[in-house]
Design a protein around this ligand. Structure first.
Ligand SMILES: [Fe+2]
Length: 210
């Protein structure tokens, strides 16, 4: 038994985007209501059972604690990534602020270089392309993930996640991932991206070694 109260994670309904350019409300409904809420439901189920798990039975081949911790990571990462994803999208066609443009040009050479790498990574991986802020060296980096709970790098903060699992686009584009990624880029809320980079830079200043 773990002597602690069960945690809960709340669904953030206000993050659900509507009226996007090239990603339909029906597609978003499936993605938000089935997939995102499914992660949150299972995360809460695991968290409600975790305080009662028998720690004396911990075992690396099979044990309740091992299975719960593996699926806790899967569902917590799934919940968190989808919240970053949905919050990144807006129907307003938000322009990229100059501070984001400067950072992208510094770390990727140009906006075109970044988009080419981001979309190619979204083609090369099965689940996600991620723009992250790397606290080890204070720069933006693009990483891909097949399984979202096992493909992160340490000391990195999420900036812009591009969900390329089929469930993110099959309603609108069938098996065609490329036009979905173009539509995604058209809907990015760059003000949200700017806020995340500003926050990450503050963390980096506090985090960096002498
Ligand atoms: Fe998804």
């Amino acid at each position: 038994m773990i002597n602690m109260a069960a945690e809960t994670w709340n669904v953030k309904d206000k993050l659900k985007p509507v009226g996007l350019d090239g990603i339909s409300d029906t597609q978003i409904d499936y993605h938000f209501d089935t997939h995102y809420k499914g992660y949150v439901t299972k995360l809460n189920e695991i968290w409600s059972k975790l305080p009662g798990v028998d720690l004396t039975k911990a075992n690396q081949n099979y044990s309740d604690l091992r299975e719960m911790k593996l699926e806790e990571a899967f569902n917590y990462d799934g919940s968190m990534l989808h919240e970053y994803y949905f919050e990144s999208l807006s129907k307003e066609h938000v322009e990229m602020p100059s501070s984001v443009k400067e950072q992208v040009e510094k770390d990727f050479g140009s906006y075109e270089n970044f988009v080419a790498l981001f979309k190619a990574t979204g083609t090369a991986f099965r689940g996600w392309a991620h723009l992250i802020f790397d606290l080890n060296c204070g720069k933006l980096r693009v990483m891909g993930a097949d399984i979202h709970s096992a493909s992160a790098i340490w000391n990195a903060l999420m900036i812009l996640p591009l969900d390329v699992y089929e469930h993110a686009y099959y309603v609108d584009y069938g098996a065609k991932r490329a036009p979905y990624m173009d539509a995604f880029m058209k809907n990015v809320n760059w003000k949200v991206v700017e806020k995340r980079i500003e926050r990450a830079k503050k963390v980096y200043e506090a985090f960096k070694k002498e």
